[in-house]
Design a binder for this molecule. Structure first.
Ligand SMILES: *Cc1c(COP(=O)(O)O)cnc(C)c1O
Length: 369
């Protein structure tokens, strides 16, 4: 190769990454957009957030608090945690990336499940490490299969609980069995982005397990139930040794001042969280029943979204339904990249959006193919 055609070469693994494709945010021209593609809340953030944002906006010339202390304090009070075990991130995506930066190097292996969140695969490859993808059973993580995939090279296991895009979850005794079966050098990353929505007696987000083990961390987000996706706020609860390692690698001001103030106000408004959870429960059950009555398959979900399975009939597939709905303003999520070529994921939306999707699908499925 001549010198002129040489160019900088990305690190190993980088060009194997399939870039993350966010949920679409455009409908056909001239129709009202109902964005149901990224699991955002139809209720928006707490009304308290606006005042907090305005107060923070009064001093934009100052660097934010690099420790995000006000936010850590609010999280710690909400859940009864020690702030020293909390690390905040520019969305939980940043925290997932920091974990791979600190614990993975080329040659290492990291495990995630077949229908797991795509960010894990991207972050593992970005470090030149090898993703080991483990089969699920009935669209649910399988603890025995995960444990069977552990080798001498395994350093991380990612588990979204509940999982996106399936909406399924592992009961706490299964998560505990997973942790107990892992070598102590393997870090278990519990991504509990949808934890607030789960109303099951056998579910626990991971707080208990982090408190009792050295090799478990839990990540949470303000993007879903708290309605702050635009501001990018996430947090991790982790053993102090993990927090101290990640703290060295993160950007010194990884959360901006508006995000810190908004997050603290949002998590303190528990009434707003309760309203969002109640709305979700009511409409998730309603959507599930309505889709099933239309003859569609729905994976049982504990999150704020449902995975809808379509027939193979030409003209009635997920791709056809997606086009039909988008023309009417209802933007759902294709999930082929998650191993579901004939399904759509729908965020539980406003009453108007939910009723609109069901009515549109009834016409779509009843019409000529
Ligand atoms: C939405 C989501 C997140 C949240 O990511 P942020 O970067 O905090 O917005 C994390 N994990 C899963 C599985 C998600 O679906």
């Amino acid at each position: 190769m001549s010198r002129e055609t040489e160019r900088p070469v990305p690190n190993p693994g980088v060009m194997d990454i399939e870039a993350y494709v966010p949920g679409r945010d455009k409908a056909a021209p001239g129709v009202k957009l109902h964005k149901l593609s990224s699991n955002e809340t139809p209720l928006g953030p707490s009304p308290d957030v606006r005042a907090a944002v305005e107060a923070a906006a009064a001093s934009l010339e100052l660097y934010p608090d690099g420790q995000a202390s006000a936010l850590k304090q609010a999280i710690a009070e909400t859940y009864g945690l020690n702030p020293r075990n909390i690390l905040c991130g520019n969305g939980s995506d940043e925290l997932l990336g920091l974990v791979t930066a600190v614990y993975l190097q080329p040659g290492d292996e990291a495990i995630h499940t077949e229908h797991g969140f795509l960010v894990y695969n991207i972050q593992i490859k970005a470090r030149g490490a090898t993703p080991v993808v483990v089969r699920e059973r009935d669209a649910r993580a399988d603890v025995d299969a995960i444990l069977a995939a552990v080798t001498d090279k395994t350093r991380l296991v990612f588990l979204a609980n509940p999982n996106n895009p399936t909406g399924t979850y592992l009961p706490f005794d299964e998560v505990r069995r997973l942790q107990a079966g892992l070598p102590k050098r393997v870090l278990l990353v519990l991504d509990a982005a949808y934890a607030e929505y789960v109303r099951r007696n056998d579910y626990e987000s991971g707080i208990e397990l982090v408190g009792s083990a050295e090799n478990v961390v839990m990540t949470r987000t303000f993007s879903k139930v708290h309605g702050l996706a635009a501001l990018r706020v996430g947090w991790m609860y982790a053993p102090e040794a993990v927090v101290q390692a990640l703290d060295r690698v993160r950007g010194p001001f990884n959360l901006n001042a508006i995000a810190i103030a908004a997050g603290a106000a949002a998590i303190r408004d528990r009434g707003h969280v309760d309203r969002a959870v109640a709305h979700n429960l009511q409409w998730r059950e309603w959507l599930t029943a309505e889709f099933e009555a239309l003859g569609l398959g729905v994976t049982p979900s504990v999150g704020n979204f449902v995975l809808i399975h379509f027939p193979d009939t030409a003209g009635r597939t997920a791709a056809d339904a997606d086009t039909y709905l988008a023309e009417r303003g209802y933007v759902l999520r294709r999930v082929s990249g998650y191993g579901f070529p004939n399904a759509l994921r729908m965020t539980v939306g406003s009453e108007e959006a939910n009723r609109g999707v069901v009515a549109a699908l009834a016409t779509f499925l009843g019409g000529p193919t």
